[in-house]
Design a protein around this ligand. Structure first.
Ligand SMILES: C[S@@+](CC[C@H](N)C(=O)[O-])C[C@H]1O[C@@H](n2cnc3c(N)ncnc32)[C@H](O)[C@@H]1O
Length: 296
């Protein structure tokens, strides 16, 4: 067990550079450690397990690492913040760096800690594609990590989420990178509602990120399910896309293969599109659950 854990961490060493200090250190069966995921956020470790506990050998190894360790059960219905396991407690939000961009992380904010590391390479690609004068719409934005990536490239961003606390978190993330939130736009509410409103207003975007949860219910109780509704969502997004613009569509719904996802989207999109499937970052060695389609 120790050999497997040490080897998995050693394999990630090259990903941890001065510019990036957050990676997935252990990715379950991909590292021969089914049911165990460990992520490092600037040296504070978050351990996730599919079962209600951690094997004693893993607990012992974690204690030997002498770092702050928190634990949560991998379960999307879970709402609780991770529990302290070993090492110094982390009671305040703190900053991590990803490709030179700072993001605020909290181990006290419920099930999710402020960033999804599986989107690292997509964020880097968004930054590469954006420049001053271009407008990005980031829907289902969570803490606005895609917005910050685009804003770092000089783009104007619009961040859209149902949750005001997440929009406030996005503003703080911009500030952590010396970017002025007043130069960007924030919309609270349902993505479907806002896309229709932007279309009526004649508002256009050069790039749109669609990364919805697999299942969601808006304030009016309307239900969104990736497998039935993503195509309609992409259709609404295309209606507010400027000529030459692009969409990034993502889902981590395991019930759809990359081919199913592409067919579902393309069945709804009328204009000709160039489609590229992006792989997951190299520290995600287990099942490639995240499907990312770049539609140009
Ligand atoms: C899976 S997270 C998105 C992750 C984000 N794209 C990222 O890469 O950091 C889902 C987010 O969608 C938001 N959300 C859920 N349903 C929504 C809706 N109908 N309209 C707008 N935001 C919604 C949630 O508040 C949450 O912040």
């Amino acid at each position: 067990m120790r050999e497997l854990l040490d080897a998995a961490v050693a394999r990630r060493a090259s990903l941890l550079a001065r510019e990036t200090n957050c990676v997935r250190l252990i990715d379950g069966a991909g590292d021969g450690l089914a049911g165990l995921v460990i992520e490092s956020f600037a040296g504070r470790w978050l351990v996730s397990t599919t079962t209600g506990g951690i094997p004693p050998a893993v607990c012992e190894w974690l204690r030997d690492q002498a770092v702050s360790c928190y634990w949560k059960r991998l379960d999307r219905h879970q709402k609780e913040s991770p529990a302290h396991l070993s090492g110094p407690e982390v009671v305040e939000p703190f900053l991590i760096r990803e490709n030179g961009i700072s993001h605020e992380i909290s181990f006290q904010s419920g099930y999710s800690q402020g960033i999804f590391l599986d989107q690292r390479d997509n964020r880097a690609e968004v930054r590469r594609r954006m420049r001053p004068g271009l407008r990005l719409l980031n829907t289902f934005a969570y803490t606005g990590a895609f917005s910050v990536a685009a804003a770092m490239a000089g783009a104007e961003t619009t961040t859209l989420d149902l949750s005001q606390p997440y929009l406030d978190w996005t503003r703080r993330n911009l500030c952590h990178n010396s970017l002025d939130p007043a130069a960007h736009h924030f919309c609270k509410g349902d993505t479907f509602h806002w896309l229709r409103r932007f279309a009526k207003q004649g508002r256009r975007f050069d790039a749109i990120v669609l990364d919805p949860p697999t299942f969601s219910r808006d304030e009016k109780g309307r239900i969104f399910r990736v497998e039935y509704d993503f195509g309609g969502l992409a259709e609404l997004a295309v209606a507010v896309l400027a000529p030459g613009g692009w969409l990034l569509c993502c889902t981590n719904f395991r019930g759809m293969s990359p081919g199913d996802f592409e067919r579902h989207l393309c069945a709804h999109l009328s204009r000709p599109t160039k489609v590229r499937h992006a792989p997951m970052p190299p520290d995600f060695t287990d099942h490639a659950y995240l499907k990312s389609l770049w539609l140009d």
